[in-house]
Design a binder for this molecule. Structure first.
Ligand SMILES: Nc1ncnc2c1ncn2[C@@H]1O[C@H](COP(=O)(O)OP(=O)(O)OP(=O)(O)O)[C@@H](O)[C@H]1O
Length: 931
């Protein structure tokens, strides 16, 4: 490949003839049509002679890159020359070869050397381990008519949503939710979880008589982690309530005008869907928001809600519901009565629970859920495709007698916390895998403590629970067998730090503990008394301990090992292959690490591939002023360094971008990240959802819950921060059994990251990197092979990135943000994603930059800060707490975890900034230390 280090920028006629027509078909990978200015970055002195050469003929938009004219010295000819004269150049260094070519081929222009294929590390071949992925049966084989729901709902689903057959999670979860039970649901991505909770909740609400109206207060609260997911969920509720016009859903998703939202709340709504920060914000500022009548709390993507640092907001919402309900139940007369007359236990129970369901009403009620809505109780539903210890803790704290619904094959369970079992025999998982699914009636195990029985009975009575038919692993155990006892994982009130790092360590240790357990220990355990655990606890523990992840079977998962310098062109190649060369077009989601990367790459690729000039915001003109101002004030401190770096970095002449795009079709590019203005964010999401083809470049803000139809491919340009994130990213394709593809880019140094995923039962195979650049030949037909086409495309990308100060600033920012992000990967993946193994010079190439890392870092340092305040995180800030002393203070880490954990900081990093604390803060810290 080394023979491909070429000067490729001279591609023009020897004798330019006047007249516009002739240049039309000219091969478009030309150097700048006109050189202006003094120097180019890395331009060599002997190339300056060509600086006044002009190209004739108009530039063409979406120029067809057909074969060049015969009398032109084109890239191809020059490459050919080089390959034919390989021997001649043997022993000469790269610079000499280039010089010779420059001299030989006149006229010369400002040229630089593309070293795209030089010094790249070898691509390792990673053998595939025999991993048997965990699978899930998506469709249940029964219909919505089989559920005990209103016929209007069934008809509505069929007519307006074209849904007839039930998905497995819906089949299992709907009956349990209709019973008013608290439920923890784990099911793979795209398996219909939203409908699984929305349908029964509406069923429960519509049955309330007399009919409720919008002024009746918030009956259901749905909390989701992102605005897009909030909008999507709200839209589904709007569709589902069509037959029941008296039910009003409402959206509070942040980023919108608070005034409008306040007005909406004042007008009244029954189903509130929102992001935790914004709901909490209204709890503090909007009097009309009251949860006194809230009978159902749903936390979708529960693990992410806790991971993202929304934990305090979630805790505040739970507390607000409890407080509002308590306040509404407060009845001094009843209390006096209770104290004075010592009411019977039943009366007391009625008073405390505040049940307001009359006997007459009860007889009409079909589902227990409706009764819950009429009482002072609350149902809690937690959902996610992935479980964490923090979710288990949350379940322990917020739920009463919960049921666990897990739909993965081999262990599909509906595990009831009201049912107890001894832990005995083999590991729970082994048992579950051994025995096929079967229907069962759950019965209490005989050795349940007296106290537990009473509690269970009480709760049963309270809610009038009936046994539900479903699947449980309870009956898979022979309770009399007394064998090895897995170390129980504590449930509620766990004070352990639940951040992802500690979770991981915890599980790792636990796994090691189990695998290394000596035989003698088992014997010893035999002597211990039987430990009792509810089937719920057992099932959740099993799921957590085994720590395996489920992905849709319909997704073909591959990874592509790409040397750093080739990453950008390989990305372009995949986009061309999937969105341009396919007749039908295609839809791709590309995940990147930081918002700077998202902005820069989407604009760069759009400009180069489609020829649509993206107006890069001229922040830097303004910024320079602010730098100057700053410089004046800090003159004494920074005089020398500032002036040096800024001047030298900006004293270059920018290259004129080449007009016209490389692809003839209209390729739509979209970008999405957490710092975009709300309207734009929602608009992008809706546009991409409606688009037939296009590329969405985004941060992990789009990784959760988003349901975009017909996404052909998910491309992870930057490796995810955890295996869980991998699952959610991939889950954007292959939804509801659709076929999809997932590709993950890895550097040669990152290759072993695959092993980490395999440990979690994720099976990926290696894609052939030698063919990855092939599609680029279609946009550069004059190139003799894929590598040459790649060089040409890279040149074009670099031209654009160096075409103005704004472009260069963006590119440099994106680069540094990525470097910072990379060094912040969490501990559990740092072994494979190690910043010390990065070649920062090669990385610059992947950002179409030509400067050294030191120059780039200096440039970014002198750029004005563009750090925008996060717009979608109206979380409970400590300052706000101080300002509003009346509001109940939530203890940070109230659910047994530290809010500012590594995982959350990574999420925040990828969303809102570059991943490192602002420079000022570091300087302050240093100063403090020095003092
Ligand atoms: N019974 C059904 N039959 C066919 N399609 C369905 C059914 N139920 C839901 N869907 C569709 O499946 C897709 C995925 O649903 P949904 O977004 O609820 O999945 P999810 O499990 O919440 O995914 P994630 O974990 O990614 O949030 C949606 O497009 C939805 O319309």
């Amino acid at each position: 490949m080394d023979d491909l280090q070429l000067n490729i920028s001279v591609t023009k006629k020897i004798k330019p003839k006047p007249g516009p027509a002739k240049s039309l078909d000219e091969y478009k990978f030309v150097s700048k049509p006109q050189l202006t200015g003094k120097t180019l970055a890395r331009k060599r002195p002997q190339n300056l002679s060509g600086k006044n050469i002009k190209l004739d003929g108009p530039q063409r938009k979406f120029a067809k890159l057909s074969k060049p004219e015969k009398n032109t010295i084109n890239l191809d000819a020059r490459l050919l020359d080089l390959s034919e004269n390989k021997g001649k150049y043997h022993g000469k260094d790269y610079q000499e070869i280039n010089d010779e070519l420059q001299i030989k081929q006149k006229p010369r222009s400002g040229a630089w050397i593309s070293s795209l294929f030089k010094n790249n590390p070898d691509v390792p071949k990673i053998g595939q381990k025999a991993v048997k992925p965990l699978v899930e049966k998506v469709f249940a084989g029964t219909t919505f008519a089989d559920l005990d729901i209103h016929p209007h709902s069934v008809a509505n689903l069929q007519q307006n949503l074209s849904l007839k057959e039930l998905m497995t999670v819906q089949q299992k979860a709907v009956p349990v939710i209709l019973q008013g039970r608290d439920v923890l649901i784990r099911s793979q991505t795209g398996s219909g979880k939203t409908l699984a909770y929305a349908l029964p909740v509406i069923e429960g609400l519509q049955a309330i008589r007399p009919k409720i109206n919008r002024h009746d207060g918030v009956r259901v609260v749905v909390v989701v982690p992102t605005r897009e997911l909030a909008v999507q969920t709200y839209e589904l509720f709007v569709k589902l309530v069509k037959p029941f016009t008296w039910l009003v859903p409402g959206l509070l998703s942040g980023g919108q005008k608070r005034k409008a939202e306040k007005a909406r709340l004042r007008k009244g709504l029954n189903i509130l869907i929102g992001t935790p920060g914004r709901i909490n914000d209204h709890l503090r500022h909007t009097q009309s928001l009251n949860f006194a009548k809230t009978g159902c709390l749903i936390l979708d993507e529960a693990d992410m809600l806790l991971d993202m640092g929304y934990e305090i907001d979630v805790a505040a919402i739970v507390k607000a519901i409890e407080d509002h309900k308590k306040a509404a139940t407060y009845d001094p007369l009843a209390l006096v009565k209770q104290n004075m007359k010592q009411n019977t236990e039943d009366e007391t129970k009625d008073c405390v629970s505040g049940s307001s369901v009359s006997e007459e009403q009860k007889s009409d009620i079909k589902h227990k859920l409706t009764e819950v809505f009429l009482s002072k109780e609350r149902q809690t539903i937690l959902l996610s495709a992935t479980l964490t210890k923090a979710v288990e803790n949350l379940a322990g704290i917020t739920m009463v007698d919960p049921v666990f619904v897990d739909t993965s094959e081999g262990r599909a369970v509906v595990a009831d916390s009201l049912k107890y079992d001894h832990i005995g025999g083999k590991k729970v998982s082994e048992k579950l895998n051994e025995v096929p699914e079967k229907k069962c009636i759950i019965e209490d195990a005989p050795m349940v403590k007296e106290k537990n029985v009473n509690k269970t009975e009480k709760k049963n009575n309270k809610r009038g629970l009936v046994e539900f038919s479903g699947l449980s692993h309870l009956d898979l155990f022979d309770v009399k067998v007394k064998e090895e006892i897995p170390k129980p994982v504590p449930m509620a009130n766990n004070t352990e730090n639940s951040d992802s790092d500690s979770d991981y360590d915890y599980f790792k240790v636990q796994k090691q503990f189990e695998s290394k357990k000596p035989a003698t220990e088992v014997v010893e355990k035999d002597l211990e008394p039987l430990v009792k655990e509810s089937t719920f606890q057992k099932a959740v523990h099993t799921a957590l301990v085994e720590d395996e992840l489920i992905l849709p079977e319909s997704v073909n998962q591959t990874f592509l090992i790409v040397p750093m310098k080739l990453r950008l062109v390989t990305l372009c190649s995949l986009i061309v292959e999937n969105c341009v060369l396919k007749k039908k077009g295609g839809k791709i989601i590309v995940f990147m690490a930081t918002l700077e990367m998202v902005d820069y790459h989407s604009e760069l690729i759009e400009t180069v591939l489609t020829g649509d000039k993206v107006k890069v915001k001229k922040k830097d003109a303004k910024g320079k002023k602010s730098i100057d101002k700053k410089r004046k004030t800090n003159k004494a401190e920074n005089e020398e360094s500032d002036s040096d770096s800024t001047e030298s970095d900006y004293n270059i002449d920018y290259e004129e971008p080449v007009e016209g795009g490389l692809v003839p079709v209209n390729l739509e590019m979209f970008s999405l990240h957490g710092s975009m203005p709300h309207e734009r964010r929602i608009e992008v999401f809706k546009q991409f959802r409606a688009a037939r083809n296009g590329v969405l470049i985004c941060t992990d803000v789009a990784a959760r819950g988003l349901d975009v139809p017909a996404v052909d491919m998910v491309l992870q340009y930057c490796a995810p921060v955890s295996a869980t994130d991998y699952v959610h990213r991939v889950g954007r394709t292959g939804r509801a059994t659709q076929v999809g593809a997932a590709v993950m880019f890895l550097l040669p140094s990152e290759a072993e990251f695959v092993r980490h995923l395999e440990q979690r039962r994720i099976r990926l195979c290696q894609a052939d990197e030698s063919k990855a650049l092939e599609p680029l030949r279609s946009v550069a037909p004059a190139a003799a092979n894929a590598a040459r086409a790649a060089i040409a495309v890279q040149t074009r990308l670099e031209h654009t990135a160096h075409s103005s100060k704004e472009w260069l600033a963006r590119a440099s920012r994106a680069y540094t943000s990525w470097v910072r992000f990379y060094s912040g990967y969490p501990r559990e993946v740092r072994e494979w994603l190690d910043a010390r193994k990065l070649h920062l010079g090669h990385a610059a190439k992947a950002f179409a930059l030509r400067d050294t890392p030191a120059v780039l870092a200096r440039r970014v340092k002198n750029l004005p800060s563009v750090k925008e305040k996060p717009t979608n995180r109206l979380t409970v800030h400590r300052e706000e707490e101080k300002k509003r002393p009346g509001f109940p203070r939530m203890k940070i880490g109230g659910y047994g975890s530290n809010v500012t954990n590594k995982q959350s900081s990574m999420h925040t990093a990828s969303e809102y900034d570059s991943g490192l604390p602002p420079l000022e803060r570091i300087q302050k810290q240093k100063k403090r230390k020095n003092k």
